[in-house]
Design a protein around this ligand. Structure first.
Ligand code: NAP
Length: 260
């Protein structure tokens, strides 16, 4: 597979190049802030982007202007509704895959919180904690938002109606169904996400801790291998893991509830 990398001089870009070369793939172009975005599209089969929202926007606008046919894997976070709209427009022409977290375990956690939110009613208060290194530019993390959106969706609520990002000074009593976010930015933490369902008499917490950024790069390279075989469309981690996980979950529940 031939891969071009946007954000190639960055921490993630470096890991993507390493992971791709380990798999025997070719790196066609390495693009950063000093390069022309057009070079990304030279003789490649797929583009992997871990850069910043401005660079992602340039890439998407280039696709729309020039009508290119190269699939995109977008890992950049901190994207706005405008970026999502641009991605959707591109996805009407080419396959576009985006995930605020390319880790398979986070995909598993996302599915699990969906199930838990379905089984626990809104008597259980949900709090999401996002811990990252001190240089991270966006807050809360894209992953924390994704987990919150999953819970809101599972409960049939609009995310914007239930998300609470700010608690400062004199605040109002917690609303039923509210999803609270807390953020810590410290030291060199790669990324920790904690989702708590807090009941009156008992709590349950799910915690994911990333030990190396390499997991995200490896996930992106696997997603690239998958996306080049997909038709045009807008894809998320759920689409990618669905085929893998759905039969496992079916079998798990069959075994779990089976009387021996
Ligand atoms: N989805 C996931 O699983 C996941 C995991 C980890 C990180 N991320 C996200 O990935 C992104 C990159 O993270 P990182 O830690 O690698 O950041 P980083 O080390 O700061 O690297 C940023 C990269 O973007 C490039 N860049 C900045 N402005 C640009 C522009 N205008 N045009 C082209 N390139 C530009 C930089 O190039 P220069 O060196 O020339 O400035 C650099 O190569 C962030 O949004 C982060 O949140 C996502």
């Amino acid at each position: 597979m031939k891969i071009s990398v946007l954000g190639a001089t960055g921490a993630m870009g470096g890991y993507v190049i390493k992971a791709a070369l380990q798999e025997g793939y070719a790196i066609m172009s390495k693009v950063s802030s000093k390069d022309n975005i057009a070079t990304l599209f030279d003789e490649t089969e797929v583009i992997i982007d871990f850069s910043c929202p401005m660079a992602t926007e340039s890439m998407l606008r280039y696709v729309l202007d020039k009508g290119t046919d190269i699939p995109l894997v977008i890992g950049t976070t901190g994207l706005s509704k405008m970026h999502i709209d641009l991605m959707r427009q591109c996805a009407s022409m080419i396959p576009v895959f985006t995930a605020p977290n390319m880790s398979f375990l986070i995909a598993l956690m996302n599915m699990t919180v969906y199930a838990m939110a379905k089984m626990l009613d809104e008597d259980f208060d949900v709090e999401i904690l996002d811990v990252h290194h001190k240089f991270k530019k966006d807050a809360p993390s894209g992953t924390a938002r994704m987990l919150g959106k999953t819970i809101a969706k599972s409960r049939g609520r609009k995310f914007d109606d239930v998300a609470n990002f700010v608690r400062l000074g004199i605040i109002e009593q917690r609303r039923r169904g509210e999803i609270g976010f807390s953020v810590q930015r410290c030291s060199n933490v790669i990324g920790t996400h904690e989702v708590s369902f807090m009941g009156e008499f008992e709590n349950i917490k799910l915690i994911h801790e990333a030990h190396s950024k390499e997991i995200f790069a490896k996930g992106a390279v696997s997603a690239a291998k998958w996306i080049i075989k997909q038709p045009k469309g807008f894809y998320s981690m759920n689409d990618y893991v669905k085929d893998l996980i759905a039969p496992m979950v079916k079998a798990l529940y069959k075994d779990f509830f089976m009387r021996k």
